[in-house]
Write a protein that binds this ligand. Structure first.
Ligand code: GTP
Ligand code: SPV
Ligand code: MN
Length: 599
């Protein structure tokens, strides 16, 4: 492949590339121009080297399969650091390293790490190219898998370099798989230098540096300075039969249903109403106050890096249709016939199959301990282009994005949190976001199912002191003229037998309908200590027979449980230290008073 150094005349960029190459010592440097020809050549090389396996061209045209190292299948939060001069600016929820020490340590891991390899230079843009709100990055990586994923997830190539011109305003992203040694794995963020270094990993969230590293951790740092928001949120449009569009943004922790909600299909009983759903984004939202004083949101990505298990024609038909072609599948089941499968997918797994670790696998396989052996890793993923989703919105490329009517927080709570409630004010909504908690999923290493505080679904992604982040949300509220209402949802409440009380997925539109009614000052609600709750008959339940008893359980607010929750929230807030804003603390005290009064 030609070494196309001539792609840019930007000296700051080429000097930095030279400097990083001197450290990593690749055999050659290849600039990624964003062309189909170059992408096809890279695919060919990845197949030749075994890094990617082509899938059956009839059944999965343009699709490829990849396995990551078994010790490298999810984000490693314990290896992720914010490296700024004052540890207090990173806050207690982030791991911190002194920048000089972090550079020094990682430089030793990068030193000579690309010998015998190619360094790819990937110029990428988060957000529409040319928009004043977009951010440019350049990722250097020794992984073709990273290049091919970045080509889907971000806008890549010559156009980006043209937009950058001779400027210095780009994020310097360096990645090497190095030896994949978990002990030497580091995901380092230098917000004061606009720099990201990632070494010894090949897993998505650790290595696609435009995504969580730039678009959330560094962007949240920038957003605080520049008075905007970088959030772990989906963006969804609801078109009403009269043609009016309403957009909502929703923050759920990893693997808690953002992609599914963003691609929702109206359930049978509501179809007659003629709603159409538009998917603007499924993971990240950049939100600004526009000249009309309202919040407008952009999805900075151009693809989906979605959870495969559980995706099927019943749960999420749009996702199934999205991944029919030009998709990269990572750590799912691979059939010898070049097909893929995952748990709770469609149809039967291929007869002659290999699991996510490349071992022979069949449905019902059990291990030496008698326990079932999963074919796909629970955090196996697909990478697919944005436009391939049947509900992809044409507003995705709009520089200003879409106006947000409601903000929704949510998590996985077997108990406690009702199906939906509405906050009493902006600051109460900030409190609801700040006190969010959820059961841990396979998207990150750690004890699965354990309830942990995950404020705004940003615990692993807030690039600065989370107490300052709460304050920033309070400040934003002071600047917004027409603030959207803030809601909390929980699709995951269970009955005593451990079954979900709410059917979820497409049925969630019934809850969204109520949320939209509330933003217009309609919708039936009662005030409770935690906020406004829908009355039991507030939802349109046409076509969904749920017993009155189930509905009651879904909406129940148990005062004793919430008092215990308030204690847990206090403990969390106290752990965040003296920067914890009084506005949010006051909301906790107000909640306590309301709970007492409810006695
Ligand atoms: P990240 O990509 O990690 O940020 O995850 P996400 O928030 O986009 O989660 P996703 O939509 O991929 O859903 C993760 C898992 O939750 C899948 O296994 C889904 O089947 C399941 N899920 C999603 N929505 C619902 C729902 O409404 N009810 C229930 N019970 N499960 C759901
Ligand atoms: C998440 O874990 O929230 C994801 C996947 O969206 S990753 O990009 O790997 O972080
Ligand atoms: Mn995510």
């Amino acid at each position: 492949m030609p070494n196309r150094r001539t792609l840019t005349g930007n000296r700051m960029l080429s000097n930095w590339v030279d400097e990083m190459a001197a450290m990593c010592q690749p055999d050659q440097i290849v600039w990624i121009d964003g062309s189909d020809e170059q992408r096809d050549a890279l695919r060919g090389q990845a197949v030749a080297s075994g890094e990617m396996i082509p899938l059956n061209p009839e059944k999965h045209p343009g699709c490829f399969y990849h396995r990551t190292d078994p010790s490298d299948v999810a984000r490693s939060e314990d290896k992720t650091f914010i490296c700024c001069h004052n540890p207090k600016d990173a806050g207690v929820t982030n791991n911190w390293k002194d920048p000089e020490e972090a550079y020094l340590e990682a430089a030793a891991f990068f030193h000579g790490s690309m010998r015998g390899r190619t360094m790819y230079v990937i110029p990428f843009c988060m957000g529409p190219i040319g928009s004043p709100f977009s951010k440019i990055g350049v990722e250097l990586s020794d992984s073709i898998y990273v290049v091919l994923n970045m080509l889907i997830m971000t806008r890549v190539g010559q156009e980006v370099l043209d937009a950058l011109g001779n400027g210095d305003d780009f994020t310097r992203c360096l990645h090497s798989k190095a030896t994949l040694d978990p002990e030497k794995r580091r995901i380092l963020h230098f917000p004061e230098d606009n720099t990201i270094w990632s070494v010894n990993s090949g897993y998505g969230g650790n290595v696609l540096l435009g995504k969580k590293c730039l678009a959330l951790r560094l962007a949240s740092w920038m957003a605080r300075k520049e008075m905007w928001l970088a959030e772990h949120m989906l963006i969804l449009g609801i078109e009403e039969p009269d043609g009016r569009h309403h957009y909502v943004a929703a923050a759920f922790p990893s693997a808690c249903g953002k992609t599914n909600l963003a691609m929702l299909i109206p359930p049978d009983g509501l179809k007659d109403k003629g709603y159409r759903i538009w998917t603007v984004g499924d993971d990240i939202a950049w939100i600004r106050i526009d000249s009309d004083g309202r919040l407008w949101a952009v999805n900075p990505e151009s693809g989906y890096f979605g959870v495969a298990p559980g995706t099927n024609m019943c749960s999420n038909p749009n996702a199934v249709l999205t991944v029919q072609k030009n998709t990269i599948f990572t750590n799912v089941v691979l059939g010898k016939d070049g097909t893929v499968w995952w748990e709770q997918g469609d149809g039967e797994p291929p007869a002659d199959a290999l699991d996510w670790q490349g071992r022979p696998w069949h449905k019902g396989k059990t291990g030496a301990d008698g326990k079932p052996v999963l074919g796909a890793h629970p955090n196996s993923r697909f990478t697919a282009p944005y436009d391939q989703c049947p509900t992809a919105s044409h507003r995705h490329d709009n520089h200003h994005g879409v106006a947000i009517s409601a903000i929704i927080f949510g998590g996985r709570r077997e108990r406690l949190a009702p199906l939906v409630y509405e906050s009493l004010s902006w600051n109460h909504g900030v409190f609801v976001g700040a006190s969010m908690a959820s059961e841990r999923t396979a998207a990150q290493y750690g004890k699965q199912g354990e309830v942990r505080r995950d404020p705004f679904a940003m615990l692993p992604f807030c690039g600065y002191n989370v107490a300052d982040y709460f304050k920033h949300w309070v400040e934003m509220g002071r600047h917004i003229k027409r603030a959207p209402k803030i809601f909390h949802v929980n699709w995951f409440r269970k009955d005593d037998d451990g079954r979900f009380l709410w059917p979820g997925y497409g049925q969630n539109l019934r809850v969204l309908e109520w949320i939209l009614q509330r933003t217009r000052g309609e919708g039936e609600a009662v005030e409770s200590p935690i906020g406004y709750l829908p009355t039991p008959d507030a939802f349109d339940m046409t076509g969904l027979p749920l017993s009155a008893e189930t509905m009651e359980k879904l909406l129940e607010v148990n005062i004793d449980d919430w008092k215990a929750e308030a204690d847990g929230i206090e403990e969390f807030f106290t752990s965040l230290g003296p920067r914890m804003p009084w506005e949010v603390r006051n909301e906790l005290e107000a909640l306590r008073r309301r709970l007492e009064a409810a006695r």
